[in-house]
Design a binder for this molecule. Sequence first.
Ligand code: TXA
Ligand code: MG
Length: 333
Amino acid sequence: MPNRCTIYEPTENALDICAQYLRDGEVVGMPTETVYGLAGNGLSEDSARKIFSVKGRPLIDPLIVHFADVAGAIKHVEVNAAVETLAAKFWPGPLTMVVNKNDSIPNIVTAGLPSVAIRVPQHPIFRAVLQRLDFPLAAPSANPFGYVSPTLAKHVHNTLGERISAVLDGGPCSFGLESTIVDLRDPENPSILRHGPVTQEALSDTLGRDLADHTFGSSDKKAQVAPGQLTQHYSPRAKVHLFELGTAPSNLSDIAVHENCAIIFNAKPLFEPIAKHAYWLSEDGNTETVAHNLFELIQRLDQQGYTELHIELSAPTGIGKAINDRLHRAAAK
Ligand code: TXA
Ligand code: MG
């Protein structure tokens, strides 16, 4: 199929065109502050079906619904004090809350669950489109199911361009990792379902209580309340190997001579390139910068045809938890 997808600069006219595609039931690639989303009418069963089909995503993996503001969001869900507290502190922003839904949200959007994941995003382009519409936007990350999430408009264009008409270009996504997901169905027992830019520490400080860790990789069996969390995900074509922070891959001398192996450090190595194909995600190891650049570098090296990526883990604090979560999943082939 030919790629007829237009990458639009975000002019007023382009925002109008994309809003009209969405009213017509089409899906559009759109920037958020986390990653690019594949957006469609969150109240329409047909649009939701289109999202699943364009992504090749199984119908058992529910979508996040994005609203222009808190007032718009709470009309469709069961609110509680914890939701109000976190919304006041973190919205608009990279936090998704799972709450019980009303009938207005079609069952296909939530994969048949009685709960829905909701978020008020911060990105000005996404917000400008939402403000043109009288419905919220369901949007998963705009990657083919299982592949690395997109942080540039061209990532969406290259991977889904044969199946969609438009992507709005907002430049690189500032956080570069998907939103944090927190389960607030029971406000007395909040839990974290996916690590992201809003840290577990910040959430428990704001709520004044600890959150159970139900994320991928946690030993807690209740992790299964987050559908789609247990599967291998975020994988490039290249095989991913991980090494501990501050170390080098154990078989460095072998890797170093292989043309098709890349080594990815968090910070620029202090000594001259220790391997021919060494890359780094930041100059100084700053974790926010590492997160911002991670998916872009993985996609670029994957495009260049490397077959093995050896990637350094982050310190498991702050957004480092989210980075390590995505890396462990990418390595879990
Ligand atoms: O940053 C983000 O969250 C991006 C941007 C576009 O907003 N979106 C995103 O969506 O990462 P997606 O579809 O790639 O991941 C959404 C995940 C699902 O895989 C599922 O694990 C969880 O959210 N989820 C959605 N609805 C849920 C629900 N009702 N209960 C539990 N988990 C849910
Ligand atoms: Mg995704």
